[in-house]
Design a protein around this ligand. Structure first.
Ligand SMILES: [Mg+2]
Length: 184
């Protein structure tokens, strides 16, 4: 079994740095829309330009406080895993993400996929963990594997205040589904 673990949201605290780059002091709980610029009431281009003008934005993002616990739980359920992340249009986003992985998870330096089409990975033995409603719903339309929406203020799982029991249950479901698939 393989887990595809999204970076921004589950593992990387993109939002705090994105707000800082856009000179906003809004708390994360207020970020209830995926399109952050709508909450900030600025044009989309301006939002991304402020990020592009921040030196080493992608390399210097902080890990989330729960990143290691999330990965440990995935491993405890018997999954191998890779990172699966969507870069922005700025080429430095892709290179910065690779730099970030090498810096924080050097043993996983080659275990990643950078793509806008995570649904292409939908397979019976794959589980996507992601905070994007679009990524989750696209993956689910492939009718293979499991997609777990990591709770965040900007998605419909925002009311889940205890993400780890929820993740535990979801991974158990994914494992059972896989075992059923292989007939064990
Ligand atoms: Mg994400």
């Amino acid at each position: 079994m393989l887990a595809l673990i999204d970076l921004d949201g589950p593992i990387v605290d993109f939002m705090s740095s994105a707000l800082k780059a856009n000179r906003s002091d809004l708390p994360l709980e207020k970020m209830t829309k995926w399109n952050v610029w709508e909450t900030l009431e600025i044009p989309k281009d301006e939002f991304w330009k402020n990020i592009e003008e921040t030196d080493n934005f992608w390399e210097d993002l902080s890990p989330t406080s729960w990143a290691n616990d999330l990965i440990s739980m995935v491993e405890d359920h018997g999954f191998d895993w890779i990172f699966c992340s969507t870069p922005s249009r700025d080429p430095r986003s892709a290179s910065g993400k690779l730099e970030w992985i090498q810096r924080h998870f050097p043993h996983k330096a080659g275990d990643y996929s950078l793509t806008t089409k995570k649904f292409l990975y939908a397979k019976a033995w794959h589980t996507l963990i992601d905070d994007s409603e679009i990524n989750i719903s696209e993956y689910r339309t492939m009718l293979a594997g499991e997609a777990i929406m990591w709770p965040a203020p900007w998605n419909t799982m925002r009311k889940v205040t205890e993400p780890f029991p929820y993740l535990d249950g979801s991974l158990t479901r994914a494992r059972k589904r896989f075992e059923h698939f292989v007939g064990s």
